[in-house]
Design a protein around this ligand. Structure first.
Ligand code: UTP
Length: 293
């Protein structure tokens, strides 16, 4: 397989689980303490050696684009105030990668968002980072998946073990063969299985995949699935059945920034490690705990 040099970040969804804030602030730009979640995703892709990144956006998502743009007003002000650290930080963020933006004109599903990336991707394998999933890991999760894709010369889906009662929300993997403790060959999958009999395994796709360009032909003839949306999992299922895909149990912690609980967990855990506030925040949490429990 060719080296993976491109990533696509779908970020055009309406974020109904994060209403009402998502009507005006895209969930993909919600802060984790002081940095938007999208910056974590860009850094993760860059950490996998990827420099060309396409973000699929939609109406009311301009804040994402603005964040990665240079700001002359801030540059002048920070220079005048001798805030060198903040200035260097802004310059670094604005030059992390070549970031491209494309609008998905209607939120017709994750599969449709990925199909919008066809021209950008061309004939190469590419990584997909689901725009509302933030991963914290020693080795960037996208790098873990790219390494596996390149080794096995196949598309790879990042999976986690999910309790059976939660599998209803996710896509369950049929594993045919195990290569090592983290790596399986997958030949089928089922989206949002409702009964235990329908579930293949407790391994579910969560947040990251590496796809081969043949996914675009499949997406083009895939019928709208659950919710009337073009589901990426329906297309990946066909890829799994025809060519096989690898399920890789990645190492890392996932925060679902598209949910209220995930957003809070990401903030609290990051605040406890943040150099500027960790001591004060820890003292605050301890006091609060004593007061409440
Ligand atoms: P989700 O299913 O979590 O996004 O898709 P959603 O539809 O916005 O969520 P809810 O259920 O209404 O809260 C995962 C990622 O795919 C993007 C989303 O922006 C999110 O980052 N997405 C989803 C698109 O880019 N386009 C779509 O049509 C749907």
């Amino acid at each position: 397989m060719k080296k993976i040099t491109k990533a696509v970040i779908p970020a055009a969804g309406l974020g109904t689980r994060m209403l009402p804030i998502s009507r005006t602030v895209p969930k993909e730009i919600l802060p984790i303490v002081d940095r938007p979640s999208m910056e974590y995703l860009i850094r993760e892709a860059v950490g996998a050696g990827i420099k060309d990144i396409l973000i699929i956006t939609g109406r009311n998502k301009e804040a994402i684009e603005n964040y990665f743009d240079y700001s002359i007003e801030y540059k002048d002000t920070l220079e005048k105030k001798n805030k060198e650290k903040e200035l260097a930080d802004m310059e670094e963020v604005c030059s992390l990668a070549n970031i491209y933006f494309l609008r998905q004109k209607e939120a017709k599903g994750l599969g449709h968002a990925v199909l919008c990336a066809e021209k950008f991707v061309g004939e190469e394998p590419f990584a997909v980072l689901y725009g509302d999933d933030v991963m914290v890991a020693d080795t960037p999760v996208t790098k873990q998946l790219c390494d596996v894709a390149e080794k096995y010369d196949k598309a790879v889906v990042g999976v986690c073990e999910v309790p059976y009662e939660d599998l209803k929300k996710y896509c369950s993997m049929k594993t045919e063969k195990q290569y090592d403790e983290r790596t399986y060959l997958t030949t089928d999958m089922v989206e949002k299985p409702q009964t235990k009999e329908e579930m293949f395994s407790n391994l579910a796709i969560l947040g990251r995949v590496v796809l081969t360009p043949d996914i675009f032909d499949i997406l083009r003839h895939t019928a709208p699935g659950k919710g009337g949306e073009l589901q990426l999992t329906d297309a990946m299922k066909e890829l799994a059945k025809t060519k096989g895909v690898i399920s890789y149990k990645y190492e890392g912690k996932r925060y679902d920034m598209g949910s209220k609980l995930g957003f809070l967990q990401a903030n609290i855990e990051t605040a406890l490690k943040h150099p500027e506030i960790k001591d004060a925040f820890e003292a605050y949490l301890k006091n609060l705990y004593d007061e409440l429990f």
